[in-house]
Every structure is written in C-alpha cells, then in structure tokens.
Design a protein around this ligand. Structure first.
Ligand code: KIV
Ligand code: ZN
Length: 507
C-alpha cells in the first residue's frame, strides 16, 4: 500500500481560527503530542507574523525531533530568511513558501501580473533552497485558478527545487470531482511532476474539506494538510482524524496507509480542544462525545450482540478509554498514578505530587472522580501560566434580593496582598470589576464566557472558559472548580495573567 504523508497544520492554520491563540508552551505541548500521534510533518507556525510565533517554531524545532518541522513564509526574502532562522535547528527542517495564483487575488490583492507571480515563485523557491533541500511551494487559491497557469507555476517551482507542491483550496470552494480533476490534470500536464510530492490543503467553507482531500488521494496526491478537530480559518481545515480513519477503515477502497498511531487520536483531540478552548461538537465524527454512543434500542441490542452490527470503528482504535473506573477519596497514590498512565500522562515526581494533592482535595468535595475530572484537574494544575497576580480568595453575595457584591483578594507580583470589593449586575460581573480595579489593565473587553460541567451530577466540576480582548489580541483563560463562581474568577485571572505575561515579554 502507498503511504500518505500527514502534514499537520494545527499550530499554524489551526491557530488562525478566530479566538484561538496558544502561547509558546501550549504549542510545544501540542507539538509533542503530535509527535506521539505520528504525524510526518508539523507546520509549527508563520515566524515572521509575530515574535511569539517565531519563538514557538524555534522551540518546537529544537525539542521535537522525529517529524519534519515546517515554517511558513510568504514569497518574500525577509519572510524566508526569518522562517529559516526559526526552523534551522530542526532535525528535519522544511520551508513552506506560498504566493497567490488566482486572477482574483492577482488583480484585487497583489496587483501583479501572472508573469511577475511566476517569476517571484521561482525566485523564492531558489532562495529557500539555499537554506534547505526540503522546500514546499503553494500557489494560493489554486482551486480558483486557471489550471493551465497552475501547471506552469508547478513546473517552474519544481524546476527551481521544490520537493513538495501543495494545492490549496484556500476558500473552500472546490467540489470533490472538480478538485480531483485538477489533481489528475496536474499529473498529466506538469512534465516534471514525478520529482515532487503532490499535496492538498482543503478548507471547509462548504463542509467538503475532508471529501476533497480524500478525492485527491484517489487521484494520486500523497500528502494531505489537515488539523486536529478540523480547526482553522473560518469554517476550518480538513480534519486529521477523519482523513486518517477514513483511509484506515476503508483501506479496501483507498489501498493507502499512514504512520498515524490511531490510539493517540482521542487524547490529541482532547488536548487541542482544551488548550484552544474550542469545544468539539457532540456529533463530530471520530472524536465527538456521541460518536460511539448508541441511543436507539435496536442499535444497542445489535452492539451488545456483535459491535460490528452498528460500529464501523472500535472506540479503543482511536484511544477512547475502555474502562470507566471511578476513583474516590479512599484511592491512594498508586491507583491515581495507574489511572494517569492509562490516560497517557507521565508526570515528573514534582508534578505528580501537585496533581495528587489536587486530586485529594477534589475527592473531598466530589464523590466519584472520573477520567474527565482527572483531565480537567491536570489542565488546571499543570498548565497554568506562570502567574503575575495570584487569586487568593473570592467571596460573593448574590440572589434575587439585594445587589450582587464581590470581594476579591489577590497576591500582587511584589508579594503584597491587595483587596477590593465591587457591585455588579451579577456575581461574575462584580468579581471581574473588582479584579479589574486591582490589576489595573485598561480597555479589557470580555468577548466570551462559557460554563460547562465536566461530568454529570450535581457535584460535578464546572469549567469556565473566557476570552478577553486587548489591543486587538485575544487571550483565553480557563478555570475549573466545583464552585462555578470560583471557576469564573480563576478563568478571568488566567486570561489576565496571559495578557500580563505577553506585555512583560514585549516590554
Ligand atoms: O489556505 C491556504 O491557502 C493556506 C496556504 C498558506 C497554504 O493556508
Ligand atoms: Zn489554509
């Protein structure tokens, strides 16, 4: 069977999703998990776009050694130089150069002729090639470009040394049969096409990103660009887990394979959802909460008798934990450690001790501790950004009589204890007003606030996600607690601490 190269762009195109900002450490954590998942290429970022993107690519290039680490660059000398600077320490570095190709982009955006674009594409591949052998080129908006012009560009960039040519459906406009014919046309009309891998990069504006990617594989493409949970610009990118599981489940049809360790899919999906703050819809294929739940009696009966009756994929194939063992306040360190290992966590002694203390505290408040509780606890305990201000205490009085009032105590960066109280339209408003006065960051806009319970039950942990905006940048904050008012305060502090940390670095 031929192998498909899985090019993951969660950290680049995925992170371009509105509101989806990740900090450098979070990107590194995702990259490490992508390595475990077995992706062939990680597109780690777009180094010229911001200092933090540069830093994330540099760190991932240094730390994540098995996959190819790719950095994106516009077809511009400064972009290419900066991308190389970021990725040069990788064990397997790749530069990915892109330039618009469609007349729509050339006329209205670039104001350049086809000849100029052709020349620049070739020249910039030559420039990238001076740094590294592994160079990918993308003619952006290829699906709305006259095929003959795409053939010309591809021939020129392969001639200049491109080893992968990527065909983007940038605006998610293509229809599978039509896109497949474009790929077929490329194989038939680009004389030197055998010297490069043909890749596709599909967006989901019409909900066809996965279908277009699979059609391209049928017609000879051997690299797909995709993201975990399908996150990305607008309606997102092709979903990695759907492509991989379609190829695996229907290997009889595609006669293709990948190097993905499918047992890591669920964990990767949870991690990306947790860190980006983008929930996975319940009916999402492969990783949605309902993807393996059978509700109707007839289906349940069939699955009990023989799973294959209504289940085309065994849940354990994608790493959904098979046991639903519940821990409690009598569970000891050993049981907790074993459960963590089964969930795929291996913690240092120090981190384990912190997590165990948090587990014991939670077990004192909540009866049964499930896998989801443990995931939430790990996220809360081990992934908190280094705090500028620490939330020490929060107290509210609210109800249908009187004015909601909050008092908040914080520990300031210099160690001083600072306190304030505020009135609000509700308890959360009152808390956030008090925190704002204490921290003193002007013009912070709360753009999103959501609460969800981690498990069923009245004593469940509540997870709060907030997004705040300041100077056009979005910061995500998360907080979890059995008391959702406390979780709300933690989430807001988490977002503010991220903002303050970024400002500190900028200063
Ligand atoms: O959608 C797109 O065209 C892209 C390119 C940079 C490949 O993301
Ligand atoms: Zn894209």
């Amino acid at each position: 069977m031929d192998r498909v190269i899985i090019f993951d762009t969660t950290l680049r195109d995925g992170e371009q999703a509105a509101g989806g900002t990740l900090n450098v450490q979070e990107k590194l954590e995702i990259a490490r998990q992508l390595e475990k998942l077995g992706v062939d290429v990680i597109e780690a970022g777009f180094p010229i776009s911001s200092p933090s993107d540069f830093e994330a690519v540099r760190l991932i290039a240094k730390e994540v050694r098995t996959p190819i680490i790719c950095a994106l660059a516009r077809a511009h000398p400064d972009d290419i130089d900066r991308a190389w600077e970021a990725v040069k320490e990788a064990e397997h570095p790749r530069l990915h150069v892109f330039l618009s190709a469609s007349d729509i982009h050339l006329v209205y955006q670039l104001k350049k002729s086809r000849e100029q674009v052709l020349q620049t594409s070739r020249d910039m591949v030559v420039r990238a090639k001076k740094y590294v052998d592994d160079v990918e080129f993308s003619p952006m908006d290829a699906s709305r470009t006259e095929p003959e012009y795409i053939y010309q560009i591809l021939e020129a960039v392969i001639d200049a040394g491109a080893t992968t040519v990527n065909i983007p459906d940038t605006v998610g406009y293509a229809i599978p049969d039509e896109f497949g014919r474009l790929i077929e046309g490329i194989f038939q009309n680009v004389p030197n096409i055998k010297q490069a891998i043909v890749s596709v990069h599909c967006h989901n504006d019409l909900g066809l990103a996965v279908a277009n990617s699979l059609e391209s594989l049928k017609r000879g493409a051997r690299q797909v660009e995709c993201t975990v949970n399908g996150i990305g610009e607008r309606a997102g990118n092709a979903s990695l887990e759907e492509i991989v599981m379609a190829v695996k489940t229907r290997s009889d049809f595609f006669n293709l394979t990948t190097y993905i360790d499918t047992k890591q899919i669920y964990k990767t999906s949870r991690l990306v959802s947790e860190l980006t703050g983008f929930p996975v819809q319940p009916n999402k294929a492969i990783v949605g909460a309902n993807a393996f739940r059978h509700e109707s009696g007839i289906h349940q009966d069939g699955v009990i008798k023989m799973p294959i009756t209504y289940e085309i994929i065994a849940p354990r194939t994608v790493g959904i934990p098979s046991s639903s063992l519940v821990l409690g306040k009598l569970s000891g360190r050993h049981a907790f450690k074993e459960r963590l290992a089964e969930l795929g966590y291996s913690l240092s002694d120090e981190d384990f001790n912190r997590a165990f203390l948090a587990f014991k505290e939670l077990a004192g408040k909540k009866k049964g501790i499930t896998d989801r509780d443990i995931e939430s606890l790990i996220a809360q305990e081990l992934r908190t950004v280094s705090e500028v201000y620490h939330l020490d205490r929060v107290q509210v009085s609210c109800g249908d009589r009187g004015i909601p009032t909050a008092s908040v105590i914080l520990i300031a960066p210099d160690g001083q204890v600072v306190a304030d109280a505020a009135l609000g339209t509700g308890p959360v408003d009152a808390i956030y007003k008090a925190i704002n006065r204490l921290v003193g960051v002007p013009n912070v806009l709360l753009t999103e606030f959501s609460v969800k319970s981690v498990t069923e039950g009245i004593d469940a942990i509540g997870e709060v996600l907030v997004r705040i905006e300041s100077d056009g940048i979005t910061y995500t904050g998360r907080g979890a607690d059995t008391d959702i008012i406390v979780a709300s305060a933690k989430a807001y502090m988490n977002a503010l601490n991220r903002l303050l940390a970024v400002r500190k670095v900028a200063e």
